[in-house]
Each structure stands twice: as C-alpha cells, then as structure tokens.
Design a protein around this ligand. Sequence first.
Ligand code: NDP
Length: 313
Amino acid sequence: MEHRKVVIIGSGPAGYTAGIYASRANLNPLLFEGMQPGGQLTQTTEIENFPGYPEGIQGPEMMEQLRKQAERFGCEVRPKVISKVDFSQRPFTLEDEDGNQIQADSVIISTGASAKYLGLADEEKYNGMGVSACATCDGFFYRKKKVAVVGGGDTACEEALYLAGLCEKVYLIVRKDYLRASDVMKKRVGMKENITILFNCNVVGLYGDGVVEGARIVSKVGTPEEDHFTIDIDGFFLAIGHKPNTDIFRGQIDLDEAGYVKVIGNTTHTNVEGVFAAGDCADPRYRQAVSAAGTGCRAALDAERFLMETQGV
Ligand code: NDP
C-alpha cells in the first residue's frame, strides 16, 4: 500500500499552503484536491484583499499559482476525492473514491466549508453576476449601489454592516419576525440608516437582464396577509450559514455541533494525535483566504514537529 509521511486533504488556500511548507520541509506530501479543486475561491471573481496583489487577482488564477508553488517544492497534487478515513490507528488509512488505499503517518484536513444557498434556480443563473455568498470578497463591486443580504444571524448582520459602509442601500431579508443575531449586532444594524430590515420575508426569485436587477419576495407566506412584491437591487448576498465539509470525519475526530473540526487551543492539533486541521473546516469565525493560508502553514509546522517527535524525521 502507498505510504506517505503527510497527506493533505483539500486544495484551498489552507491545503496548498500546508503543501508548500510540508514539501519545503522535505516531507514529500501528497495533496488530494477533492471535489472542488482550488476550493471556494475558484467561485469568486476578483480577490482584492489577499496581501501581495495590489491590483487584485482572479480567484481561479490565485489558486492556480498556489498549486504551482506547492508543486514546485515537490508536493504531489492528486485530482481525487478522499471518501473514507480510518484514524483509529497509526499509520492512518485513507481511501479515495476509486477504492485506492493510502497510509499516512500524519494527515492535514483542509476540506473547507461551503456557503449555504437557498436552492433557487436563479442563484445559479446569476452566480457571479450579482449573486455572492461573501460580502468581504465582493462587496466592493457594489459601491453606491443597492444590495440585499439574506439571513438573520451574526454573519448576515456583519455582512449587512460591511455593505452599509459601501452601498447606498442594504435590505436585510429575514425569514422570521426577529433576528437570531447577538444583541450587539442587532443594535448596530438598527443604528444604520441605510439598512432596511424586511422581516417575515422569503426570496422566491431574482430577475434581471444578464445581471441581477431585483428580487422577488413573498412576505408572511401562508397567512391572510401574504404579500408578493419586488425590490430593485444590484447585488444579492447569501448569509444563511456555512456547512463545513467534514462529513467523512464524523466519528473519527471531534467535531463541534455545527460539524467544524475542533482544534486544541491555539494549535491545529485535533483530538487524534497526528491529525491536524486548517482553514474553514475548523474556522466558523474568520473564513478568509489569508487566515486559511495562515492555518495551513501552522498545520504543516505542527505535522513536521509531530513527525520529528514520533519518528525523528
Ligand atoms: P446562523 O446559523 O447563526 O444563522 C443563519 C441565519 O440564516 C438564520 O437567521 C436563519 O434563519 C437564516 N436561514 C437559514 N436558512 C435559511 C433559508 N433557507 N432561508 C432564509 N433564511 C435562512 O449562521 P451564521 O453564519 O450567522 O453564524 C454562524 C456562527 O458564527 C454563529 O454561532 C454566530 O454567532 C457566529 N458568528 C459570530 C460573529 C461575531 O461574533 N462577530 C460573526 C459571524 C458569525 P432562522 O433564524 O429562521 O433559523
């Protein structure tokens, strides 16, 4: 059976950065690209907040560069998905979608998270043409324009506040008659004059000629006061939560209630010695490319130290 010192699962900024560090440490890492090579950033357009790109860079291009940088130092990138893991004993056993098994002395999990969408056909139709799941990434393109944010949690409030600083008008569309967000966030949102909260509202469609020009909304659905109306918007932001891509690790390592990998203290160690986690799969809070890259670096350093302590390499 193929045997590696370090196997990295996932190919976002965290995975590739782990690949760069682990290969430069001569650990000959093997990185599985997974279902979405390059991760969430391949779905965004321009990235303007990653340090080192003063003019910005397209998401797919940045991921291509990260992949090349990892490969330059000997990280092997395999276009396969890991579908099963056994962390019950070392070396760990991983199985790809074709049933090929690999043994690993250490594993870095960097499988990312996926933004949740409402499931409307129009979200797909206008993807990248007005529909986004990241205000920090795309908000700048809507300066002085009108946008809507869907969701009633802390993320939705945070996104709405961020956008309120850039945009002429922000609608916060909440399906219930209250915000689930923390009191401090609710207060901040309430103080912004250019945020209008639409309670008891569900978005049922988007319209526009090639790009988003508005949203179709139903309020108080199923009640005698049910109402159908539209709002004119240029940008439509989803903030209804993220789902970490950790299903295959359930029962193998500790996950929190939402499925995020639990790491120990200020490290990338999981509860299984030799298994490390980096990036959005272990981060419900920051979820930025640069913070994911930072934890990828730390995971590789943690893995290197672990191998040094257990194997002297
Ligand atoms: P949450 O799960 O807290 O909130 C999701 C929101 O989306 C809820 O209001 C929910 O509505 C709504 N929603 C879910 N599905 C749909 C749907 N199909 N249609 C319409 N609305 C929908 O997720 P968050 O991402 O906001 O937060 C995740 C965690 O991260 C939380 O613990 C949060 O506190 C934390 N966080 C903290 C921050 C901070 O401290 N600054 C910033 C960001 C996040 P409903 O209420 O009806 O279920």
